[in-house]
Ligand binder design. Structure first.
Ligand SMILES: *Cc1c(COP(=O)(O)O)cnc(C)c1O
Length: 435
């Protein structure tokens, strides 16, 4: 594969940006080579600066549920664009996107648009603190909630440890407001509540943890969270920045039929433009300024061009059988790869839910907590990633990242990808040698 142009662009970018990138995982630090600079995308295909073509399963890390450059989204963006890009005043596009969401989601009654998932989470936590008048937040090891200061914490091994940030620049005092416990661990949850009686403002979780592998939770554990939060007057925050509009239009809340107190959204909601949102019932949302005392604002919030993209994308998601079709083809894709894995007795398993999948490089029936992931096996992923790129399949450059199937992935393209993936696994596990 010729990567001359991408390499040159990367070299140039190193002069401009820390690590040559504007978001760390793009830097190819845990895989071979240097970042590919992407020139364009169409459907499920992308092309890099050297003209190499790939079937894309990164899909911009999740937002592109219709694939790249879908005509309806493009048309709606153009329509809004013709009228101007930003006014710092309300527009009907914001109403339209809100109505589309609220009329089709029984888990929230009001919504506030922001510009990223990080902002949505940051605001949701502030709302939970403002509403409860309490400070501490329980989060789970392996759940990512954006780069919010006090949530950049995953903590050590002990149960209910006080947080120590994974990032420099986060005051210890901030991190100490966060209590980190393992996923799927009721004892730790019980202890965290007991040791911080009356102090817990919120429990925040990715109900479908998908930022550190795919750590599917027992439904009973999520129900237990709901119960504990009720008992202790703490808010249950579902961070649905990935799972929202992905596992069905109403996300994980509907999938598990659990009513959280606050839900955060991002990624798919913006149709490929920078949008985040948080929502709750009317009573809780009444705490947000200008109705209430919790301040939260944004110059470009509910930007009309971004709202237009969201409207077009979510309208497509609401078409009959949209999610059933997406899930059915993902299941078939995953099953066919898993069949190849089993036939050859390779030490890995492909986990999936809805249209999300994850290559787990270990023979395990289930991985429910971050500490169960075998870090030493990531070397397999590194080789796998290299072979996939060489053969025309693009996935996120980290073994901890999940892949996404979009509505634009045709059965034929999925079949093609499946063949390539199986062949690359054969190379990684040395059944065949690289050609
Ligand atoms: C991506 C993500 C975020 C952060 O969203 P950004 O738009 O990258 O700021 C927060 N929470 C979850 C669950 C995410 O997947």
């Amino acid at each position: 594969m010729n990567t001359t142009r991408s390499s040159a662009l990367y070299k140039e970018a190193l002069n401009y940006f820390p690590g040559g990138v504007n978001s760390p995982v793009r830097a190819f630090k845990s895989v071979y080579g240097t970042p590919l600079f992407i020139e364009r995308g169409e459907g499920c295909q992308i092309w890099d600066a050297d003209g190499n073509q790939f079937i894309d399963f990164c899909c911009s890390w999740g937002p592109l549920i219709l694939g790249h450059n879908p005509p309806t989204v493009k048309a709606k963006i153009s329509e809004a664009l013709d009228k101007g890009t930003s006014f710092g005043a309300p527009t009907r596009y914001g109403n339209e996107l809100a109505a589309l969401i609220l009329n089709n989601n029984k888990y929230i009654e009001k919504i506030r648009f922001v510009n990223s998932g990080t902002e949505a989470v940051m605001s949701a936590v502030r709302l939970a603190r403002g509403y409860t008048g309490k400070n501490k937040v329980i989060k789970f090891e392996g759940c990512y909630h954006g780069h919010v200061d006090h949530l950049l914490v995953k903590a050590g091994s002990g149960l209910a440890t006080f947080g120590v940030s994974d990032s420099a620049g986060v005051p210890q005092a901030f991190a100490q407001e966060t209590i980190v416990i393992p996923l799927n661990d009721r004892t730790a949850l019980q202890e965290a509540f007991e040791q911080n009686k009356g102090d817990i403002a919120a429990v925040i979780i990715e109900p479908i943890p998908a930022n550190n592998g795919l750590l599917l939770q027992d439904e009973s554990f999520l129900n237990c969270l709901r119960l504990k939060c009720h008992q202790h007057n703490a808010m249950l925050i579902f961070d649905e920045v990935i799972s929202g509009f992905r596992i069905g239009f109403e996300g994980a809340a509907a999938y598990y039929n659990i009513q959280p107190d606050i839900i955060t959204y991002g990624k798919i909601i913006g149709g490929g433009m920078p949008v985040g949102a948080y929502g709750a019932n009317k009573e809780i949302m009444a705490y947000i300024a200008p109705d209430g005392p919790v301040y939260q604002a944004g110059t470009l919030s509910a930007n009309p061009v971004a709202m237009a993209a969201g409207i077009a994308q979510l309208t497509a998601c609401l078409q009959p059988h949209f999610y059933e079709n997406l899930e059915a083809k993902t299941q078939q894709f995953v099953a066919s790869i898993n069949a190849h894995v089993q036939t050859n007795n390779y030490p890995l398993n492909l986990f999936s839910i809805g249209s999300i999948f994850w290559f787990c490089f270990a023979k395990a029936d289930n991985v429910r907590a971050a500490h169960e992931i075998q870090a030493e096996k990531m070397d397999y992923f590194k080789r796998f990633h290299h072979e996939l790129l060489q053969n025309g399949v693009y996935v996120g450059p980290s073994g901890y990242e999940v892949g996404f199937v979009s509505a634009a992935h045709s059965e034929e393209e999925l079949k093609q990808a499946q063949t390539i993936i199986c062949r690359c696994l054969d190379i990684v596990f040395e059944k065949v040698t690289t050609t």
